[in-house]
Ligand binder design. Structure first.
Ligand SMILES: NC(=O)c1ccc[n+]([C@@H]2O[C@H](COP(=O)([O-])OP(=O)(O)OC[C@H]3O[C@@H](n4cnc5c(N)ncnc54)[C@H](OP(=O)(O)O)[C@@H]3O)[C@@H](O)[C@H]2O)c1
Length: 328
């Protein structure tokens, strides 16, 4: 087992992209491989969220080398994460790369709705710019296909958002390989955003042949499986009854016990490597084929500071393979 710190001048490739960064597709966006996910800042599913702490979390992310931020129209009932992120980035000189998503929103009864009609996508994209206080974002994703709208139509709207100059590049999230193929036939993308973690690798496996053939980057969410894989939630953790994580199958019954068995082994490995479980999990994820970026959600500075240090862990192939064997 080995771990070492990468020097600041070490490069991942001949284009002199630093080892802790990656170029998205063939774009000029060179992003940190650990990125900050802004969903927790919406306060919709995370408990005890305070905007000032969220702003400090964005600043902590910038301070530790993260330059990639992921938000969405639906991260907040009325754009809370956009406003917090916009305020945090405005108050600090930075060169942040911001990705946004449209196609999902909350109705007046706080029910989540998918709407991939071009009219809504364009309207929501324009609103997000004013919430963030910018004229353009770097990436605009279709958040998720709308089953009532042909994906080609939604793709055309994302293309138009880019043509209007509201976003520099297009992307798409929550698609299978077939949907992705149909989307890119109308609108080329630099990234696809699927879920990915130690226990859920199917989406990335499905997309990998397509993304490799087209030079598209996979920006993965739920790498920490909503905190489960941070290792901080112990087997006997007493969840607040309002904690929405309890509705996920992996936070229940036999699946929870099985996950904790794996976590017990990861705790031993991380002790050997001198890192935390969260860092080991993020580092392992970034070593998996096709995984370009690990989105790490955080509502407090200490959480993103911990996850960001995964960039300093270089897992040997042997340790990575040993961890993979724990998961079968
Ligand atoms: N495209 C999509 O449809 C989609 C879907 C989901 C997420 N996303 C994106 O992906 C990002 C990541 O997903 P996520 O935020 O839902 O979940 P996540 O990154 O898997 O987990 C984040 C949660 O884990 C806990 N955590 C994070 N770092 C920790 C640390 N170092 N130590 C201990 N606990 C830690 C925190 O929860 P507690 O403090 O509450 O324990 C935090 O809210 C989102 O923020 C969003 O940007 C996209």
């Amino acid at each position: 087992m080995s771990s070492r710190t990468l020097g600041p001048t070490e490069s991942a490739d001949e284009n002199k992209v630093p080892a802790d960064r990656i170029r998205l597709g063939s774009s000029d966006l060179v992003v940190s491989r650990v990125a900050l996910g802004c969903w927790p800042m919406s306060g919709i599913s995370s408990l005890g969220v305070e905007d000032q702490q969220s702003i400090e979390t964005v600043h902590a992310a910038l301070d530790c080398g993260i330059n990639f931020f992921d938000t969405a129209f639906s991260y907040g009932y009325d754009g809370r994460s956009d406003r917090v992120l916009g305020q945090a980035l405005r108050s600090k000189k930075n060169s942040a790369i911001v990705a946004h998503k449209v196609g999902m929103h909350w109705d007046e009864n706080k029910q989540r709705k998918l709407d991939g009609t071009p009219k809504t996508l364009l309207a929501h994209a324009e609103m997000c710019l004013s919430r963030l206080g910018v004229e353009q974002v770097d990436i605009m994703y279709l958040h998720s296909p709308d089953p009532n709208v042909p994906i080609e139509e939604s793709a055309g709207a994302i293309r138009e958002i880019c043509q209007r100059g509201w976003a520099r590049y297009a992307a798409v999230s929550n698609v299978n390989a077939d949907q992705a193929r149909r989307f890119i036939s109308e609108c080329p993308v630099v990234a696809i955003q699927p879920y990915f973690n130690m226990f859920q690798q199917d989406a990335v496996q499905d997309l990998l042949p397509l993304t490799q053939a087209h030079g598209i980057s996979l920006v993965c969410y739920w790498v920490l499986m909503k905190g489960l894989l941070s290792g901080h939630l112990l087997r006997d953790h007493q969840f607040d009854p309002t904690d929405r994580r309890l509705s996920y199958p992996i936070f229940q019954g036999a699946a929870w016990q099985k996950a904790q068995d794996v976590l017990d082994q990861l705790r031993t490995v991380s002790l050997d490597l001198g890192c935390t479980v969260a860092q080991l999990v993020v580092a392992w994820s970034l070593k998996q084929p096709g995984v370009a970026v690990a989105l790490s959600g955080a509502k407090r500075p200490d959480q993103i500071l911990e996850s960001a240090k995964a960039k300093d862990i270089l897992l040997s192939d042997d340790v990575s393979a040993m961890i993979s064997r724990l998961l079968v």
